[in-house]
Design a protein around this ligand. Structure first.
Ligand code: FES
Ligand code: MG
Length: 590
């Protein structure tokens, strides 16, 4: 601590230097001395800074945070703080069954207890893989001690035979080739592996890159932090700067409640449209808003976000990957375009300046990667919000509507933004895999595929399964996608314009539970409606029949946490938060 810092009694001193209770102070102190810290250090009044470590062998996307933490520690020490690194419950998007989303709230709970219960004055949140970012920010919002996000950064670009292979996106593409018999099993595996050439998180604008970009847009990380590829030297450098900065944030008492305002949340929604961000952002930003005590309605995604154009040419909506995004200027260059267009709200960031001030003059240096606001890649690129007798709300990412999709479903001159079709309904991913190629379903290019039983309760955590591949026979005829609608989620790396996150889900009595294969369904994007075309009498009769049958049936629990989460969890439109958790706000002050 430099001597010009104001002397202020810190939270950690309640543990390590409490003159009213020397007995407890001795107990708190002695064990932290046993690995070499001195009493003089712990009683010096220096800020104790947590490093919330999300990396481990089980979490490869975040694993290099184990190395980056060394630079964070050096930054903390250089600024006069004392680092305490500790583990966060692992969340690995692709490795955790039944789904990593189940563990977001578990990691959140664990981190809340750690930040509340231990002698920490501030915390560096190491983020990367999809749910690690919201879990950490949600916990920081609940506890409300000074907190700063350090993204791990994306992997280097993947390449296969001269083409970029992006995380996840390449899986969705090449599994179609595998289904069509164009490539074999080994080549399929090699293509997919080529997309992961280094340490780091997904290199596409999937949920990981999205949530790290939005953490920056929220003001929770240093400017430029989100996009730096994991192995680049700047990643180590910003780790050091992040460590230095959190110490000053403690002295300035700059807390999440100063940063996570309604304006900051709106900035995140706006930036999400401009980057072509993941549909999972709606769930996670809602969760962050709720834990920060900021009211946010799901309609805000359309009202605030829909008219914002797509500026970032990155897979799955575009062409490039994380390295080009960083070189073109990353999040600050996107924010600068939005600032010039008058779209960015005034909101403070971790460095004490506003988001707009941080972006000042940060022109894109590659106009094929970050487009100008006036000449974007896609106009009106944000989500739209739909409702009807199928659900109270669901979202659709319009920036990924392909020409094939538009020509087939949205080209009726009398009805250009609506389509109708016969529903084929699947109850969970296993049912889908079992039956999709069954000729008896008579799936053709006018069929709408439905997935239910995959929301926060039906499939604990909500499955990323709504983007369903058409039957192999249809793919062979050149039909690569059908409209997909469901109460589950979709991978952020998917380029499908699915209708997702339907709330309430079938498992808690949502309208999807009443749908039957063979029903006709109408989707109207202009009106924002999604309805089963049956009479009110028929709908009422089906509701009664479902109630008599004990409601929609879904598989049982396999672990204690699945049962606990299912009892307490809210729907996607409410951020899939634990309902009792949101009443605990700013708990470090209690
Ligand atoms: Fe971890 Fe994509 S699977 S970042
Ligand atoms: Mg995912």
């Amino acid at each position: 601590m430099s001597s010009d810092k104001p002397a202020r009694r810190l939270r950690s001193q309640e543990w390590f230097d409490n003159p009213h209770n020397p007995g407890m102070t001795a107990l708190y102190l002695e064990r932290y001395l046993n690995f070499g810290l001195t009493r003089a250090e712990l009683q010096s009044g220096k800020p104790i800074i947590g490093i919330a470590q999300t990396g481990s062998d089980l979490s490869p996307c975040n694993r290099h945070h184990l190395d980056l933490a060394k630079r964070v520690r050096e930054g903390i020490a250089a600024a006069g703080g004392i680092p305490f690194e500790f583990p966060v419950h692992p969340i690995q998007e692709t490795g955790k069954r039944p789904t990593a989303a189940l563990d977001r709230n578990l990691a959140y709970l664990g981190l809340v207890e750690t930040l509340y219960g231990y002698p920490l004055d501030g915390v560096v949140l190491t983020t990367g893989c999809d749910k690690t970012t919201p879990a950490c920010i949600m916990a920081a919002a609940t506890v409300n001690i000074p907190a700063i996000v350090l993204s791990g950064g994306p992997m280097l670009n993947g390449w296969w035979k001269g083409e970029r292979t992006g995380s996840g996106t390449v899986v969705w593409k090449s599994r179609e080739q595998l289904a069509a018999g164009e490539i074999g099993y080994d080549e399929f595996m090699d293509i997919v592996a080529s997309s992961a050439p280094s340490v780091g998180h997904c290199n596409t604008m999937g949920t990981a890159s999205t949530m790290n970009a939005l953490a920056e847009a929220l003001g929770m990380s240093l400017p430029g932090c989100a996009a730096i590829p994991a192995p680049y030297r700047e990643r180590g450098q910003i780790s050091y700067e992040t460590g230095k900065r959190i110490v000053d944030m403690v002295w300035e008492d700059l807390k999440p409640s100063d940063i996570l305002t309604r304006e900051a949340i709106e900035n995140a929604i706006i930036v999400n449209s401009a980057i072509g961000g993941s549909t999972n952002a709606q769930i996670h930003i809602q969760a962050i808003a709720r834990h920060a005590g900021v009211p946010l309605e799901v309609e805000a995604w359309q009202e605030i976000g829909h008219k914002i154009p797509l500026l970032v040419n990155m897979q799955p909506a575009g062409k490039y990957l994380g390295e080009e995004f960083h070189r073109a200027g990353g999040v600050p260059a996107v924010v600068w375009e939005l600032v010039k267009a008058g779209k960015i709200r005034k909101a403070l960031t971790v460095n004490g300046r506003t988001l707009a001030e941080n972006a000042e003059g940060r022109e894109s240096i590659d106009r094929d990667v970050i487009f100008p606001y006036e000449a974007p890649l896609v106009a009106d690129a944000g989500f739209i919000v739909l409702k009807g007798n199928l659900f109270d709300s669901a979202i659709m990412k319009t920036s990924v509507i392909s020409d094939e999709f538009r020509n087939r479903y949205l080209s009726n001159p009398n009805d250009p933004e609506a389509f109708e079709g016969k529903a084929v309904v699947f109850d969970g991913p296993e049912d889908y895999h079992h039956r999709i190629d069954d000729p008896a379903l008579a799936i053709d290019e006018h069929t709408l595929l439905f997935m239910r039983g995959t929301g926060p309760v039906g499939y604990p955590g909500g499955a990323e399964v709504v983007n369903m591949q058409p039957p192999a026979a249809l793919i062979k005829r050149g039909i690569h996608s059908l409209p997909c609608i469901g109460d589950g989620r979709q991978s952020g790396t998917s380029g499908s314009p699915s209708i997702l996150n339907a709330s309430p889900e079938a498992a808690v009595g949502g309208g999807l539970a009443l749908l039957r294969t063979g029903d006709r369904v109408r989707i109207d994007l202009k009106k924002g409606t999604a309805d089963i075309l049956i009479s009110d009498e028929e709908l009422t009769a089906r509701k009664a029949a479902l109630a008599k049958d004990g409601g929609y049936h879904f598989p049982g629990n396999q672990t204690p946490w699945q049962e606990i989460q299912r009892m307490l969890v809210d729907q996607f439109d409410e951020g899939m938060v634990l309902k009792p958790a949101v009443k605990y706000q700013q708990v470090a002050q209690t």
